[in-house]
Every structure is written in structure tokens, then in C-alpha cells.
Design a protein around this ligand. Structure first.
Ligand SMILES: [Zn+2]
Length: 383
């Protein structure tokens, strides 16, 4: 077997610290985007953007710091189909003022007041390091396409605006998964959000309660008759927030409930939404109120068979390059940009890339895993 060209641990560490220093909560990625575009250009890639910035700004006028999705291309030096690699620029909250701290054992954490941003800077660093090594050592590779998205955290908002004609690849890897490097997700759910507005009728709670229609009672009646949690082994239901009522002594007129459905089968998830709607309608009729029910489809489920080339390549490279004896394919219940890419005909799996306890202030990564992730990415790019 040919000798494995190594990535550079110090460079990975420096880049990780550099990137985590940017404030880049969703819809505020402008500065980090400028840095990354410059970096990709300096590595010899052709860099383009779409109009996501303008389109997101229209829908989220509160933010004037949004950026566009970045596309970068490196012309191949050998035959082979183009391959896509993707990661995202944004972090969840609290993500401003991040300070990465390197501990003696090689773990990197935040100072405990913010997330670390390893989700998804670990993925970004892996891609940048792999490209750096390719250019530095003149390694042969097929056409490489890089997609760095914005606003991924809020249900993959940014990749709604991807211009797919800019991408030729039919296979891709999204670096955006927790767990040990050498793991990949080849299936993920559709995610639908539900909004239920219940209309009752206000009345004085003491003088004339019989004139009122209690919207909260309708909500309670319905919720008591809907299964939540892991409803089936491939479908979850949750109601996350409830708001309503205007005073202790007023029969509540209006209640609003927000929830979500995640299902590995898209149609089944939609059906579950219909069932939930019927239960609310029935409860509303019982009390004489009405409901307005709406479902928003955020992302579409996918399942990439383990027989597909994109999975086989991952398994082979993980075994050969990072000595992972059993590269693992899992089903995730989280969405990622891979949902959108699969929906648009690019067979994509999600790679674990050195991020743990994501979306919490305890988020961490390790130099060891970061190095492994970059090594795996390099292996996939030059395979
Ligand atoms: Zn992520």
C-alpha cells in the first residue's frame, strides 16, 4: 500500500482557533464567510457565491450580517467523477465571543459561557486542511466541489437557496455529525414543524364563565389524546411550546402550540400531521371552538443504501487511511444539508468530524479526532 500522506496537526489547531474566534451565529456569518472565501482562493480554488444573502435578508430583515452560500472548485488532475464536500459556517446560540481553550489532554472546549463552534468548524477545518495538503504535496485528485453553506442550523435555511446547476457532482460528503470519526449517517428524517392556533371565546371567569369557550381546555383535551415522543421506531412527535391566555380571571380565548414531527418516511410523517390535525379538530368541536392547523416541511428524508459507491468509498478509505476497523453507518434523527443534497439528486452521507455535545456550552472536540477527520477527508478527496 502506498504511504499515507499526513495532515498537519499544528496547522489544524491554528485554523480551528482562528475560525472559532469569529462570531457566526445563524444569519450573522458575513465575516467568517469573507475569511473562508479568501482562504479557498489562496489555496488555488475558484470561488463563487449565490444570492442566498439577499434572499435570506428579505425573509429575516432583523439581520444585516447574512452571507451567501460559497461554492469552490478545484479542477481534477486525474480521471474520475467530481465529488462534493460540504460544511456550514453558522453556529447556534450562544455563539458570540467564543474562546477556544486547549487542555493538556488535547481536548478543546469553550470557556463554558458559549458553544465552542466545533459544529461545524471541525468540518470546515477538515476540508481546508485536506485541500492544503493536496496543493502542497501536489497529490492527484478528481474534480473537487466544495459547498460551504450559511444558516444551516435553523432547519437548513441556507441550502434552500443553493443553485444546483453550479454543482456537477453526483456524490457528496457533508461533514457535520457527532460521534467518533469513522462513523457516517446514511439515513435522516423529514422534519416538519406544526403550528396549531386554537380560537375559543373570552368571558369573565367569575361573572359569566358559561359565555366563554376555553381555548386552553381544547388544547389540553387534544394533547391528552396525542402520542408524543418516539411514536413509531421511525417517527417522533413533539410539542415544544404553548402560549395563550391573557389573564387569570379571563376565559382564555387564544392558544398557540408549536411542535414538530420527524420521520424517516416522508409520507408517513405527513400522515401523522393529518392525524394530529384531526385530534385538535375533534377537541375544538367538543368545546365549540375552532382551530387553524399548519404544517411546514423543512427537509426531506433520505436513505442512501450501503451498496452505493459513496458509502463504499467512505468505508474503504476509513479502513485504509484512519485504520477504522469497522466504519459504521447509522440513522440520525437530526437534519443536515445532506437532506437537501439528496433531495436534489446528489447522493450524500454525513461524516462524523470531531464534534461532541453540540448545541450546548459543554461542546468539545479533541486534536486527535480533528486530525483524524482531516486525514479521512484528504483520503476521500484523493481516492
Ligand atoms: Zn452542524
Amino acid at each position: 500500500m502506498a504511504e499515507i500522506v499526513k495532515v498537519d496537526r499544528d496547522r489544524i489547531q491554528n485554523e480551528f482557533f482562528q475560525l472559532t474566534a469569529f462570531d457566526a451565529e445563524s444569519f450573522h456569518e458575513r465575516k467568517i464567510a469573507e475569511y473562508v472565501k479568501e482562504k479557498l482562493r489562496s489555496l488555488g480554488l475558484t470561488v463563487e457565491e449565490d444570492d442566498a444573502r439577499e434572499r435570506i435578508a428579505k425573509e429575516h430583515p432583523e439581520s444585516n450580517e447574512t452571507a451567501s452560500n460559497i461554492y469552490a472548485y478545484l479542477k481534477g488532475t486525474k480521471q474520475g467523477e467530481p465529488i462534493l464536500f460540504a460544511s456550514h459556517l453558522d453556529t447556534v446560540k450562544p455563539g458570540n465571543g467564543k474562546k477556544a481553550i486547549l487542555h493538556e489532554d488535547g481536548t478543546i472546549t469553550s470557556d463554558g459561557t458559549t458553544v465552542l463552534g466545533a459544529d461545524d468548524i471541525s468540518g470546515l477545518v477538515s476540508i481546508l486542511e485536506a485541500l492544503t495538503v493536496i496543493q502542497e504535496k501536489h497529490l492527484e485528485h478528481p474534480d473537487l466541489e466544495i459547498l460551504i453553506s450559511v444558516s444551516e442550523e435553523p432547519y437548513c435555511e441556507g441550502t434552500r437557496f443553493v443553485q444546483y446547476e453550479r454543482l456537477k457532482a453526483k456524490e457528496g460528503y457533508v461533514l457535520d455529525l457527532d460521534g467518533p470519526v469513522g462513523r457516517a449517517a446514511n439515513a435522516a428524517p423529514s422534519i416538519l414543524s406544526t403550528k396549531i392556533e386554537i380560537e375559543g371565546k373570552a368571558a369573565h371567569a367569575g361573572f359569566a364563565p358559561e359565555l366563554g369557550i376555553n381555548a386552553l381546555s381544547i388544547a389540553a383535551d387534544a394533547l391528552a389524546n396525542i402520542r408524543t415522543g418516539r411514536v413509531y421506531n421511525d417517527l417522533t412527535v413533539n410539542f415544544g411550546t404553548i402560549q395563550g391566555g391573557s389573564g387569570r380571571n379571563i376565559v382564555p380565548e387564544h392558544v398557540e402550540i408549536h411542535g414538530e414531527i420527524r420521520g424517516l418516511e416522508h409520507e408517513k410523517a405527513l400522515c401523522e400531521g393529518e392525524l394530529i390535525k384531526e385530534v385538535f379538530e375533534k377537541a375544538a368541536r367538543k368545546y365549540g371552538g375552532t382551530i387553524k392547523f399548519s404544517v411546514t416541511e423543512h427537509i426531506h428524508s433520505y436513505h442512501v443504501s450501503e451498496e452505493k459507491n459513496v458509502v463504499k468509498r467512505f468505508q474503504k478509505v476509513a479502513q485504509e487511511v484512519i485504520r477504522c476497523s469497522k466504519p459504521e453507518c447509522i440513522t440520525t434523527y437530526g437534519g443536515s444539508d445532506a437532506n437537501r443534497l439528496n433531495e436534489h439528486g446528489i447522493e450524500t452521507i454525513v461524516l462524523a468530524c470531531a464534534m461532541e455535545k453540540c448545541h450546548t456550552t459543554q461542546e468539545y472536540t479533541t486534536l486527535y479526532e480533528l486530525e483524524k477527520s482531516a486525514q479521512l477527508t484528504l483520503g476521500l478527496m484523493i481516492d
